[in-house]
Every structure is written in structure tokens, then in C-alpha cells.
Write a protein that binds this ligand. Structure first.
Ligand code: DGY
Length: 323
């Protein structure tokens, strides 16, 4: 029997590309150049499976492709707000993602951002590399202490819980959170976490606010000017979720006017384009969407796609079906 034809939109770790080659008739993207809308549409007409990533916009236009051969979108990443799920369902496409395997790495990166922005390590690095450092002195580059402070989590899913674990058990932080679908009582207990009834309550109380909601219409600009105004003047905002959860212009204004102490960002509205104003600010740490970017995790994510495709083409329900 002919192997299913699979098209992968970006370059994946070598080990995963090898696994794909063994099981499927796969077209890889060695150049790693993002595919255009026309190329994505063409791929949907030529392959049994298309494997996009979080940086491909698989919108209603793309999913309107004619002819359509693909039956599954095996997405590489946990978030799926880059795929129009209604349009995918309407075309009879199954959609899968890659949860769990990236939880710890993304939580590690949220911790990294929290520590970096609080202790001014981005600034410190630039200072040393620019040969500006004149030596130790008692008032040089004082930041904010992290240990023992209050971490407020907006959304308490897998990544938030992993961050809470590291922050509470490693840094003695007090954990508060809000989530319409709260975690089971044993998880809450193990973190000594305290639930709050609204985003606003968390914002008013936390020293560090970390965002862990999905992206998409429901959460767009959840953190807007009014809500930024509720944060403590000395508080920091951490975003490893999705850029459009934060009104970026409102955040820039809050950072410029020092209405909050700082922000640590891994994701942006309209990424990878970044406004000059953001790049000029010292009280923000900027990373290039690295949440899951460890070799181990990126391989595990790819293997999870392979597993989902294998199940689907064997006539079984893929483990990570989201539509
Ligand atoms: C995801 O998986 O959704 C991240 O944003 C990339 O790892």
C-alpha cells in the first residue's frame, strides 16, 4: 500500500524528519522558508496530511482550498489559534496538536523571563558587552527580589501549574490564580495556591503576573490599558502565551510611563514584527518565541505529530485531536 503523503511546512529537528521519512511519503522544507497562502492551499490539494506550525496562518481562505485532498492537519505546537477550527471542521479535516511534552520547557522559560526582568539581567548583559561596567557598587543596577513574592497566574492549565510548582517549591513564592476551569483540589493543595474570582483580583494583588490563556478571539486584549492600570506599580507582566492576549500599545505606554515595573515577553502581537518603541525600552525583556525551544522538547513535539498521523492513518482516533 502506498504511504500517506505528508507535507511539512517548516524545517523540523533531524530526528523527527527521519521518523517521518520512514513512515510517510513526506515533503520536507529544507530551506525553512515560510509557505505562502497559495503554497499552503496547493499543499492541501496534494497531500493526505499537512503539518503546519504555530507560525502558519491556516485560516478560512487557506482551508477553502480546491481541490482538497488532505484529511488531517497534524500541527506542531500546543496552541492552535493559527488554525480556523470551524473552517477545518467544515471541510472534514481532523486537527491535532502536541500538548504535555512542552509543558516544563515553557514553564522554565516563563521562570527565566520572570527572573530576567526582575533582576535586570538583559540590561546587565548589554551593559557588560557594551563595556560600560565600571565595577561593583552598592547601588548598581538594583532589581526586584523574586523569592517569597506573590505570583499571579491568569489561566491555570498545564504550563501555569508547572510554573507554579517551580515558583512555589523552588522560590518560596505564594501562588494566586484565576481560571474558569480550576485545577483539581489535590493540585491546588500541593501548590498551596489560592483561587481568585477574577482576573482583576489577581492583577491587583500579584507582584508578578504570568499569562497562561489560549490565544484567539475570546482572549484578545484580555490585558488592556484598564487592566494594566490595576497592576501594582512595582509589578511585572510575563507573557509566554500568545501576543494578542495583551494590548501591546497599552503595554508599551504602561512601561514607558513606568506604571508597572517591567515585562518579560516571549510572544507579540503581529510577531515577528516588533514596534521600535518596544525595542527601545529597558524595562522589558524580549525573547523570540522560545517557550518550547529545547532540543529534547522540539523532538518530542515532532514525535507527537508522528504518533498522531500514525494513529489517524491506521484508522484510530489520534491522541491529541482538537477538532
Ligand atoms: C506552542 O506550541 O503553541 C508554542 O507557542 C510553540 O511551542
Amino acid at each position: 500500500m502506498a504511504k500517506p503523503k505528508v507535507i511539512v511546512t517548516r524545517k523540523w529537528p533531524g530526528e523527527v524528519e527521519e521518523a517521518l521519512r520512514l513512515e510517510f511519503d513526506v515533503t520536507l522544507n529544507a530551506s525553512d522558508k515560510p509557505m505562502t497562502t497559495a503554497e499552503l492551499k496547493k499543499a492541501l490539494g496534494e497531500a493526505d496530511a499537512l503539518c503546519p506550525t504555530v507560525s502558519d496562518s491556516v485560516n478560512a481562505d487557506v482551508l477553502g482550498a480546491e481541490p482538497l485532498r488532505a484529511k488531517i492537519l497534524g500541527s506542531y505546537g500546543v496552541g492552535f489559534n493559527h488554525i480556523d477550527l470551524d473552517a477545518a471542521k467544515a471541510r472534514g479535516l481532523v486537527v491535532t496538536n502536541t500538548p504535555e511534552v512542552l509543558t516544563d520547557c515553557t514553564a522554565d522559560l516563563a521562570m527565566t523571563l520572570m527572573l530576567m526582568v526582575a533582576r535586570r539581567t538583559g540590561e546587565g548583559e548589554r551593559h557588560v558587552r557594551d563595556r560600560q561596567w565600571t565595577g561593583w557598587r552598592p547601588t548598581h543596577m538594583m532589581g526586584a527580589k523574586v523569592t517569597g513574592k506573590t505570583l499571579g497566574l491568569i489561566g491555570m492549565g498545564r504550563i501555569a501549574r508547572a510554573m507554579a510548582h517551580k515558583a512555589h517549591h523552588g522560590f518560596g513564592m505564594r501562588i494566586i490564580y484565576t481560571d474558569p476551569f480550576p485545577p483539581p483540589p489535590d493540585v491546588v493543595k500541593s501548590l498551596s495556591a489560592e483561587s481568585r474570582g477574577s482576573v482583576e483580583e489577581v492583577l491587583r494583588e500579584a507582584d508578578f503576573v504570568s499569562l497562561h490563556t489560549p490565544g484567539g478571539k475570546e482572549t484578545r486584549h484580555l490585558i488592556n490599558a484598564a487592566r494594566l492600570g490595576m497592576m501594582k506599580k512595582g509589578a511585572f507582566l510575563i507573557n509566554t502565551a500568545r501576543g494578542d492576549v495583551v494590548d501591546q500599545q497599552a503595554l508599551i505606554a504602561a512601561l514607558k510611563e513606568e506604571r508597572i515595573a517591567g515585562a518579560g515577553l516571549d510572544v507579540y502581537e503581529g510577531e515577528p514584527a516588533l514596534p521600535d518603541e518596544l525595542l527601545k525600552l529597558e524595562n522589558v525583556v524580549l525573547l523570540p518565541h522560545l517557550g518550547s525551544a529545547s532540543l529534547e522538547t522540539r523532538v518530542a513535539m515532532g514525535m507527537r505529530v508522528v504518533e498522531n498521523l500514525r494513529a489517524f492513518f491506521a484508522g484510530q482516533k489520534p491522541r491529541d485531536r482538537v477538532a
